[in-house]
Every structure is written in C-alpha cells, then in structure tokens.
Design a protein around this ligand. Structure first.
Ligand SMILES: O=C(O)CCC(=O)C(=O)O
Length: 217
C-alpha cells in the first residue's frame, strides 16, 4: 500500500495540472534504430495527463481477456479497449483530446505516412504485474509494409523496450508516462520487437493509447 502511494505521489510531482491539453507537435526527436526502423519521441506532449489517466481508468469500458497458453487458459495481464471504424465512420473516442491527438498526428505525419491514423487501442497496466511480452504489430499490414504506430502514455511511467528481431542484445529502453508520445515507424513492426516488461518495482498505473492506420494491428 505504501509503495502504491509512493508511486502515485511520484506521478503527481510530474504533472500538477488538471487542465488536459496537447502541446504543439514541435521538437519531435527521431532516433534511427537500424534495419529501416525508427522511433520519434516527444516527452510531455499532453499536459494534465494524470487527470486524463483518472478519467480513462474509471470511464472506459475495459475488457479483461483470456488466452490459451500451452494447456492452460490464462488471464491477459492488462485491460484493453478498442475504438475502430464502424458503419463508415470512426467510433467516438472516450475523451475529445484523444480525437485531437489522432488528428494532430495524422496531419503531422501526412506526407511521410500517406494515410491517417484511424483506430485507437487502449491498454491499462494496473501495476507491475501487468505487461505485454515481446512482439511486433504484425497481424496486419505491419508484417510486410512500413507503417507507423503512435503511442500516447498517461499515468505513471513504464518502460517500453525495443530490440531488433534478428540481433538480440541491443535493447532500447524508454520510460513512458505523464503525456509522453512515442511513434514507432518505418519497418519497426517487422524488424524490431517491443514489450512492456512486468516489474517488481513499485510502479503506479499507466494507460497507453495506440493510434494506428487502417489495417495495422
Ligand atoms: O502499452 C504500450 O505502450 C505498448 C502496447 C503494445 O505494444 C501493443 O498493445 O501492441
């Protein structure tokens, strides 16, 4: 309990405003990873990120999933929600600032990506027991085409780690929370893998919002 309170207090040190607002998409810093992959980073793109975290944590209809693992069915260690396209339109996102973020990202990357971001997947990591194992977003077009996945993080930081698929050893680690933006681009989904490792450290809850173009999953 004390650990959880400490983690929460640490969060509020970084984000002391309740006004939920996006900053300009300026000074986005690109790191070339290699093998055609890159990441863009903009720390603290959203202010009021802890307030948005609270609203999403209580307001989103979170889904707990289960999956087959060898002979057992186990709980997927995070909660999920998905907002895609339906009846020719986009499903309404759970907060207007998320639609603003999606549209700002679509405009910023229009020339390079050539299409808009259309879906938003939300993941809720309640504490260090939650995480996601190494994977690329390769069930859709990301398996054979360059694309982008943009992730906005709210709540307490968790490490997003990346490693090249063919050369295990060089791991890139980015702690993301409190309104940080990361965009994985180029061949990142097929030549690199990413994960949110579980941790025994005292960490607070984090929600990530992943924006993807059509057919990327
Ligand atoms: O939570 C994150 O930042 C990463 C989520 C992710 O990799 C996924 O859902 O495919």
């Amino acid at each position: 309990m004390l650990e959880r309170m400490a983690a929460h207090a640490q969060g509020s040190l970084f984000d002391q405003t309740d006004e939920i607002r996006l900053g300009p998409l300026r000074d986005v810093r690109r790191t070339v990873l290699g093998d055609g992959a890159w990441i863009d980073l903009l720390p603290g793109w959203l202010t009021g990120a802890d307030a948005l975290h609270e609203e999403l944590a209580s307001g989103v209809p979170w889904r707990a999933e289960r999956r087959q693992m060898y002979e057992r069915v186990v709980a997927v260690p995070r909660l999920l929600a998905f907002y895609g396209e339906r009846d020719g339109g986009r499903e309404e996102l759970p907060h207007p600032v998320l639609a603003e973020a999606r549209d700002a990202l679509s405009a910023y990357y229009a020339d390079e990506l050539g299409e808009p971001f259309v879906s938003a997947g939300l993941c809720y990591y309640r504490d260090g027991h939650d995480g996601v194992a190494w994977h690329g977003d390769r069930t859709g077009r990301g398996s054979h085409e360059d694309t982008m996945v943009a992730i906005l993080s709210v709540g307490a930081p968790r490490d997003l780690v990346l490693r090249p698929r063919q050369r295990h050893g060089s791991v890139v680690r980015k702690p993301l929370g409190h309104g940080d933006l990361i965009v994985m681009g180029g061949s990142c989904q097929r030549t690199w893998e990413h994960a949110i490792p579980k941790t025994t450290r005292a960490v607070g809850a984090r929600i990530s919002i992943q924006f993807r173009p059509r057919g990327v999953s």
